[in-house]
Design a protein around this ligand. Sequence first.
Ligand code: PMP
Length: 422
Amino acid sequence: MSDQGSQPDQPDQSLDKAARNLDAYRARYAERTAGMTASEIRALFAVASRPEVVSLAGGMPNLAALPLDSLATEVARLVSEDGQVALQYGSAHGVPELREQICEVMALEGISAHPDDVVVTAGSQMGLDMVTRIFCDPGDVILAEGPSYVGALGSFGAYQAEVVHVAMDDDGLQPEALRQAIDEVGKQGKRIKFLYTIPNFHNPGGITLAVNRRAEILEICRQADILVVEDNPYGLLGFDGKPYPALRSMDPDNVVYLGSFSKTFASGLRVGWVLAPLAIREKLVLTAESATLCPPTLNQMIVSRYLSTHDWQGQIKIFQEQYRERRDAMMAALEQYMPAGCTWTKPEGGFFVWLTVPEGVDTKAMLPRAVTQRVAYVSGTGFYRDGFGSRQMRLSYCYPTPERIREGVRRLANTLSEEMEL
Ligand code: PMP
């Protein structure tokens, strides 16, 4: 369901329809399981992880720059000094000291929050699941950018919510398209539960919501009484200086904010958070209790210790530099190799580029041919709930080295050129 890269041992769970019909338990599943389908990304794991394939598919952060030796020392110290707490159950709300530090992290985006309003989660994916669980009955509508994050679409599907996509342009979500979508859903007599948006360095769009549009988007939602769910795992990974002001900083009462340490520190620790108005926060804590009792105490304390003992902002700068170099490598290779008629976004941060290919090419149908030519990507259709995206693909530059990126783009361009000649 998530969009992480290439774990070689991951079983391929992309059961085709025939296999699902053979499932002996089928008649016993809850109806909502119909909305649970394997993402196209997971189906790719097995092939994309072969060493000869350049994977531009996964979204794995590159952790090579982390100071592993000093982290190991800190973790060992944590267990010996504080093991009785670190290895024990904790509260569903999260470790208090970490919640305070999270407020300091969010202050970088202009957010002023109280630690009580932060609920720590096992990654922001869990936050997404909890928010959907709290708000959505089957048939409720969620507005989301088109395209949108595949893991969010997975959660929405699991709760049988309907997704209505709202178009973006180079400046992000289009206010006019948002107004129209709200009108149309209203005419159909359906209820919009929230707008799900990734304003910064969009996954998969590689687009950022222009600062001068932010207030307008918030105002439209406020007028229509629609909550905003702001998902911001990449906000501190911009390549050009100061972070953008969070939507949450501009309308605290109508925005639920999802944050994560997956991209700024370590994704495997699974530590993220939700910042929400008081009433919602109480429901979130209850939801977290019923799902997991509490987020992993040890991992929260590792993050907390890391924030207090390491130069975490310096580390984020190192990540920014590394990803900027890879983004530059991808941009240069796309310019050099892509056949005429292709267009792509130019991300100012984050991990992803969204590529549109000429009419007549179907990126999903082309994928097996690309893999034969030893390059993998994710077809655009996985990022929509409505079948759109067959002329698009997501390319990620976060994990491969610049040389591999260049070679991957070259192979992809060759595959595309051949496809266009067919
Ligand atoms: N939201 C977006 C937009 C993402 O790209 C991701 C991870 N790929 C997540 C949420 C989930 O991140 P986490 O590791 O914090 O669960």
